[in-house]
Design a protein around this ligand. Structure first.
Ligand SMILES: NC(=O)c1ccc[n+]([C@@H]2O[C@H](COP(=O)([O-])OP(=O)(O)OC[C@H]3O[C@@H](n4cnc5c(N)ncnc54)[C@H](O)[C@@H]3O)[C@@H](O)[C@H]2O)c1
Length: 408
């Protein structure tokens, strides 16, 4: 590590890597020194250098990248997790790293997530599992503000969390055999994690609550029907053969190990939110107090008439997953901050410099993979499942490409 400056290398240069590039502009003492990706690396490097993040080099291999940096971040698709991790671990034998970051989900299955944890432990790597929603300033500030109230009145007993938008931007997300499932794997991992965190007392670690049981309804409501079905087929994804769920409603029950109190998180996720763009909705109910977060509430908005719409190139500059280029548009001036990307970097960097894991480590990511798997099993069996019913080698039918058996 150069004095005080942490050199970061990112693997993957697509949507999320570019979000993180912008977020890193708000973190101190870092350089985005290297990028390796199958596509988009040169553009990301140019934007990073142009944005003041140092001289960003495009690498030809993961080994070359690891040798240039202090911290590596895995930002490529879910189906490449394990091969990417193995290559990092191999390279890190000769070039010890300060820390390793991985975007959600840690693995598409419990087994993959366990493997990620095992490989990191064997290599002695400090880890940070990137679940941005737990770091959202709106959530952390509400929790801090209510900490005293909660300690007097009792902890939060019910949370509702939702992540919804109109559907992913790349074909591999839609393909359950590549992504790991549908919206429950892709976005449910966020909602389960933030729901559990909002239930967790402020002075306790993120894995404090014991998961008890999960009850899920997963369905394919929109994208299995025309004209949407045909749009997916044009991308090479055929939901008449290998469907995935575009809707998830999941109830997760947890036990407080100190008091035996049962608390509940409700998660709702969908790829059919035909509304202004990405919406994150959180609600926490405690005895005598509550808080809520809605990321579509902004002090800024704009309007574009039909007559003026021809001049608009990309409404996604205003808001992630924007679906319209005219009418009333919501603007969020600083999405990387709003969604928690900036604070997850701050947390990881501070922890790695202290020789520690981030607030959320890979073992935590494995716990989330278990909750996600429990949701798929519950929906397949049509009943509530307890956590001990979810075996380590379970692979959902939807992920196996057998979604027709359950989404009919
Ligand atoms: N936290 C969030 O809200 C959030 C949002 C979006 C994506 N993600 C996660 O980030 C990861 C990447 O998603 P994305 O939207 O950026 O995907 P993307 O398809 O937009 O970009 C993927 C990038 O990885 C590269 N790539 C593909 N295979 C590779 C391989 N084998 N080796 C190296 N590079 C490879 C691609 O060329 C591209 O640059 C996924 O795991 C996804 O779940 C998280």
């Amino acid at each position: 590590m150069k004095t005080n400056t942490v050199r970061i290398g990112v693997i993957g240069a697509g949507f999320v890597a570019n979000f993180h590039r912008v977020a890193l502009g708000s973190a101190r003492g870092i350089e985005l020194s290297a990028v390796y990706a199958l596509k988009g690396a040169a553009d990301l490097a140019a934007a990073a250098t142009g944005g003041g993040l140092g001289e960003t080099k495009v690498c030809g291999s993961i080994k070359e990248l690891v040798e240039m940096v202090d911290v590596v971040a895995i930002f490529n698709p879910n189906f490449a997790r394990l091969e990417t991790m193995q290559a990092i671990v191999d390279a890190a034998k000769n070039h010890p790293l300060l820390g390793l970051v991985c975007e959600k989900p840690l693995g598409r299955t419990i087994a993959e997530a366990k493997n990620m944890v095992g490989l990191a432990e064997e290599a002695g790597l400090k880890t940070a599992y990137f679940e941005n929603q737990i770091h959202m300033p709106a959530v952390t500030k509400c929790r801090a503000q209510l900490a005293q109230v909660a300690s007097k009145m009792g902890p939060v007993h019910l949370t509702r969390s939702a992540e919804e938008h109109g559907g992913p931007h790349m074909p591999w997300f839609w393909d359950p055999t590549q992504q790991g499932g549908g919206v429950w794997c892709d976005m449910g991992c966020h909602s389960a994690a933030v729901g559990m965190q909002m239930l967790t007392p402020e002075n306790k670690p993120p894995n404090f609550l014991e998961p008890v049981s999960v009850t899920a309804t997963l369905a394919l409501l929109k994208w299995g029907r025309n004209p949407w079905l045909t749009k997916l087929q044009a991308m090479g994804v055929d939901y008449t053969q290998t469907p995935a769920e575009d809707y998830a409603l999941v109830t997760l029950k947890f036990r407080n190990p100190e008091t035996d109190q049962i608390v509940i998180a409700q998660a709702t996720d969908s790829w059919m939110y035909d509304a202004p763009g990405l919406r994150l909705l959180m609600e926490a109910m405690g005895p005598g107090y509550s808080y809520n977060v809605n990321t579509l509430m902004s002090p800024a908005g704009l309007f574009i008439s039909d007559a003026a719409a021809e001049a608009v190139k990309n409404a996604e500059l205003a808001l992630e997953k924007s679906q319209a280029n005219r009418g009333s548009l919501v603007i969020q001036p600083n999405e990387p901050d709003l969604y928690g990307y900036v604070d997850e970097w701050r947390d990881a960097m501070a922890a790695f410099k202290d020789g520690k894991d981030g607030l959320l480590n890979f073992a935590y990511g494995e716990q989330i993979a278990r909750l996600v798997a429990a949701g798929y099993l519950s929906s397949e069996l049509g009943k509530t499942v307890t956590m001990d019913e979810v075996r380590d080698d379970y692979v959902s039918l939807i992920h196996q490409g057998k979604g027709l058996e359950v989404l009919g």
